[in-house]
Design a protein around this ligand. Structure first.
Ligand code: C5P
Length: 225
């Protein structure tokens, strides 16, 4: 079964208070994007690795090329548009499956990705890495109104792994309908298709705010040594 990876990396990272997009911040000797691509390039089953970037991104071409499978595509306004543009970029020779992974998650564990791919292909349905919510969750604005039962709550991580056609159709439909789509699974749910939850390590954090950087730097150093 052919598999292509898509790495949405066209965000501006406004919550990071940094001038370049957050994936170009250096951590443990490399940019966040290089760490992420180095992880994906360990997966020999990927036919190609499409990185969705803003057209005005001047940094990507300066990165050392780690892998011949890495190609650049144009991102879009929102993350879902970036993923859809990458799917359309693959349309002339589409893979059976796509593995979508945030540029901002360099800590992902390779065995978790392999398990996601194996379990989904075996079950013949798409799925995502996710981790059970550990904290007590409150609903409210200025005051807690309610404690939400957490026994069936999961935190959605990436990669997210779906069949090419199913994801393309779901994203096109969901975007056209104006639904709120913050990950690939939300488009698949919108389309009424199953999303398998595959438990992954909770240290696969998405680097979003400045306080995430120290933790990610520490964990990357630990993984390298
Ligand atoms: O902003 P957030 O942290 O949710 O972004 C998740 C990922 O989606 C990041 O890797 C970011 O670069 C990417 N993204 C994108 N296109 C956008 C917005 C975000 O590829 N328009």
């Amino acid at each position: 079964q052919t598999i292509a990876a898509i790495v949405p990396a066209a965000g501006v990272g406004s919550r990071m208070q940094h001038n370049a997009p957050k994936q170009y911040i250096q951590l443990a000797g490399k940019t966040i994007l290089e760490h992420t691509l180095a992880k994906l390039s360990q997966l020999s089953q990927l036919r190609t690795i499409v990185v969705a970037l803003s057209d005005s991104d001047p940094y990507f071409d300066e990165l050392p090329t780690l892998d011949k499978r890495i190609v650049r595509a144009s991102g879009g306004k929102e993350r879902a548009d970036s993923v859809l543009n990458s799917l359309l970029f693959l349309a002339p020779n589409p893979p059976a499956w796509v593995l979508v992974h945030d540029a901002a998650r360099p800590l992902v564990n390779i065995s978790d990705i392999e398990r996601l791919i194996d379990e989904c292909i075996r079950a013949d349905e798409g799925g995502i890495l996710a981790s059970k919510v550990k904290d007590t969750i409150k609903r409210g604005h200025t005051h807690a109104l309610q404690t939400v039962p957490r026994d069936d709550l999961w935190q959605a991580l990436t990669p997210q792994f779906f069949k090419y056609d199913e994801l393309k159709n779901a994203l096109q439909g969901a975007l056209a309908s104006g639904a709120t789509i913050t990950d690939e699974a939300s488009a698949i749910e919108w389309a009424g298709k199953p999303v398998k939850l595959v438990a992954g390590r909770s240290d696969n954090i998405k680097i979003t705010t400045p306080e995430d950087l120290d933790l990610a730097g520490f964990l990357l150093h630990k993984q390298q040594n």
